[in-house]
Structures are given as C-alpha cells and as structure tokens.
Design a binder for this molecule. Structure first.
Ligand code: FAD
Length: 339
C-alpha cells in the first residue's frame, strides 16, 4: 500500500501540549514497507525527519518543522512463553503503552503494571527510558528493533546497547536519533511480583494484598489525581527532569530544607525531586501566567490551560528556571523534547 504524504499538518493536533506550528509533511506509518517508502521520499527530497508517537513528550515551537514527521502507527503484540514462566512480549512501536499494560495484566502476564496510565506509544519508551512508581522500562527491555533511515537497515539492540540512563538512552544521541524504533521486547513473567514500595502506592496496600490488577487500578486512580486529563488540557506530564546534583550541594540544600528528600545516584551524585523544590522551596505549585501554569496538584506538571502559544510557554519555562536557580543554584532542564 502506498503511503499518504500529508502537507502542512498542524502539530498542535498531534501533541498533548496542544500547541505548536505545522509540519511541512507528515506520514502515518503502519509497517516496515511504509517506512522504506518514507525513507525513499526523504532521501530523494533531501529532507529532515522527526519521529512522533503520541506526541506526549514533545514541545513544538511556533515555526513547526520543515521536514517530514513520521508518525508511528504500526500495531502488533506477540507473546513467546518459556518453560520457566517467563514471557517475551514483543510489541510494535505504534501500540499505545497503556493498552499493552491493560492487555498483559488481563492475560495474566506481569511486569508492566507499574507503567499504567502513562500516555504515549511503546516505541517512545526506550528513547527516554520511561519510568514511574519505582521502575523504568530498562528493567524489562531485552531488545529494541530499529530501522536506520539513512541506510534502510534494521538492527536489533540489546539492553546494554541501548545505554539506558535516567530519562536517557542511546536513542537520544545524534547517531541514535537516526533510528526509528519498530518494536520493543519486554521480559515479563506469569508469576506476579509486586513492586509497591513507592510513596502513595505503598499506602494503598497496607491492609490489602496487591494483585497486578489492583496495582493497575490504584495507579490509574493515583495518577488521575496527580495529572490533568491530557485529553482535555494541554500537558506533557512532568515538564522538567528531577535534577541530579553533587552530593555536597544536596546536603547543603537539605541543611536549609530539612524535609527535602534526597535519592542516591552514585557515590558523588544525588537526585532531588523537583516537585518538592517547585512547591516547598519556590512556592510555585499552581503558579499561573496567562494561559500557562504549574498544575495545582503537582508542581512538576506544566499545563496549557487553553490557547497558550509556544512563545508564551517558552517565556513561562524561562521564568520557572530562573526562579529555581535564584533559590537553589540549580539549573533545571526540560524532560520534554523541544522542536
Ligand atoms: C499526563 C502525562 C503523564 C506522563 N507521565 C510520565 C511518567 O510517569 N513517566 C515517564 O517517563 N513519562 C511520562 N510522560 C511522558 C510521556 O508519556 C512519555 O515520554 C512517553 O513515552 C511518550 O510517548 P509518545 O509516543 O507520546 O512519544 P512522543 O512524544 O511522540 O515522542 C517522544 C520522543 O520519542 C521519539 N520517538 C517516539 N516514537 C519513536 C519511535 N518509534 N522511534 C524512535 N523515536 C521515537 C520522538 O522523536 C521524541 O524524541 C507523561 C506525559 C503526560 C502527558
């Protein structure tokens, strides 16, 4: 089937932040064959390209994108059961992550349940090593299959080759971003192991024994209170990364704010929760300027309350960065990809 090349597509309709300019071209990709066709078009026309899944971690500026946006919509979930009870779950990159979590939990295949209710596609999960509630996809990914557009070759990456870090991977590097993820293999299990030692989740299971379904239900409820409904309001979830800073700086901050939680990253570095800093140190929870604000329930979440332009969002982000720096000396960075 020949691909359809759309022109002047408004990217505000393809990002959960609901803002941004247009793409010169956009192609919805359903298969490897489609991808090869897009690659021919891109090489022939000497265009830049950019991959989109659900657009839930992308900020598009006023000018949009002058190349081709490749929107991954390929589908398929395959289970490969082993005698040990382990199950390899191979998922096409265009599958919606939460649908996959729901299906595996229903089918009695466990491991992904802590990633319930995260918007976006499976193909985007290795890119920023998506994580929530005490786990990251790197804990389950065994292989990632990807298409290298410049050479049109398919390559399988091992977990090690993905070079996962905190909200980071090889696929965020210059060379890595030449790859378009086609499928992700997760190692799940028919035996359920509860991972609930995490804040709000732990509190839910003090008197009740956790099952995968109950963990999923609890997370849908907890997250429903922490995040605005992205189908209604514009948001990309946590807009900034939690800062990783030298231990000495973390200790100095803790001396000033004794409730500040600090998590070990290495012998010298610690991670501090930016939500705490924005809320308790900078008093910015619910802070709003025009159509943009930090969510009332979770200061880490930036919200487009309707009609915010990319320029408005950028100046709001700069304001937040500067206030955090003034109070703490920390330069915060966005988690969201800027186009
Ligand atoms: C309400 C809300 C809550 C969120 N909660 C969390 C959370 O708890 N934890 C968390 O980690 N994230 C969270 N996020 C961020 C977001 O859901 C994840 O980053 C998600 O993986 C993005 O998926 P996507 O398909 O929308 O990717 P996009 O936003 O479309 O793309 C993100 C990046 O991945 C690249 N990409 C996408 N698909 C492919 C592919 N097939 N091949 C190569 N590159 C690709 C894009 O080029 C881009 O660089 C949240 C977002 C929202 C809106």
């Amino acid at each position: 089937m020949a691909i359809v090349i759309q022109q002047h597509t408004a990217l505000s309709e393809h990002t959960t932040l609901k803002t941004g300019g247009a793409a010169r071209y956009m192609v919805e990709v359903l298969s490897l064959e489609d991808l090869r066709e897009v690659a021919d078009f891109i090489v022939k026309e000497k265009l830049e390209y950019l991959v989109f899944g659900g657009g839930s971690n992308i900020f598009v500026g006023e000018v949009g994108f002058s190349g081709v946006v490749i929107k991954m919509m390929n589908k398929g979930i395959v289970y490969e059961e082993k005698e040990t009870g382990e199950v390899k779950v191979k998922v096409a990159s265009g599958e919606w992550l939460d649908k996959v979590v729901e299906k595996t939990v229903t089918d009695g295949i466990f491991g992904l349940e802590n990633l319930s209710a995260i918007p976006g596609t499976v193909g985007a999960t290795p890119v920023q090593n998506v994580g929530a509630y005490g786990m990251e996809v790197k804990d389950l990914i065994t292989e990632v299959e990807a298409f290298h557009l410049p050479t049109k070759k398919v390559r399988v990456f091992s977990n090690e080759e993905c070079k996962f870090g905190y909200r980071d991977s090889f696929f965020k590097t210059k060379v890595g971003s030449e790859y378009i993820i086609l499928a992700v293999n997760f190692l799940c299990n028919k035996k359920f192991t509860a991972r609930i030692a995490y804040g709000d989740l732990e509190k839910r299971f003090i008197t009740e024994a956790p099952t995968a379904l109950r963990v999923r239900e609890a997370l849908i409820e907890i997250r429903g209170k922490k995040f605005p409904d992205w189908k209604v309001l514009g948001t990309a979830g946590s807009f900034f990364k939690n800062p990783i800073i030298p231990r000495t700086e973390g200790q100095a901050l803790r001396a000033r704010y004794e409730d500040l939680p600090i998590y070990d990253v290495s012998a010298d570095m610690v991670k501090v929760p930016l939500g705490y800093i924005l809320d308790k140190v900078c008093n910015l929870k619910g802070f709003r300027s025009g159509n943009v604000g930090l969510y009332e329930e979770q200061a880490l979440v930036l919200v487009n309350y309707g009609g915010a332009t990319p320029t408005e969002i950028i100046s709001f982000v700069e304001e937040i960065k500067s206030r955090v720096f003034t109070k703490t000396g920390i330069m915060i960075e966005p988690e969201v990809r800027f186009i």
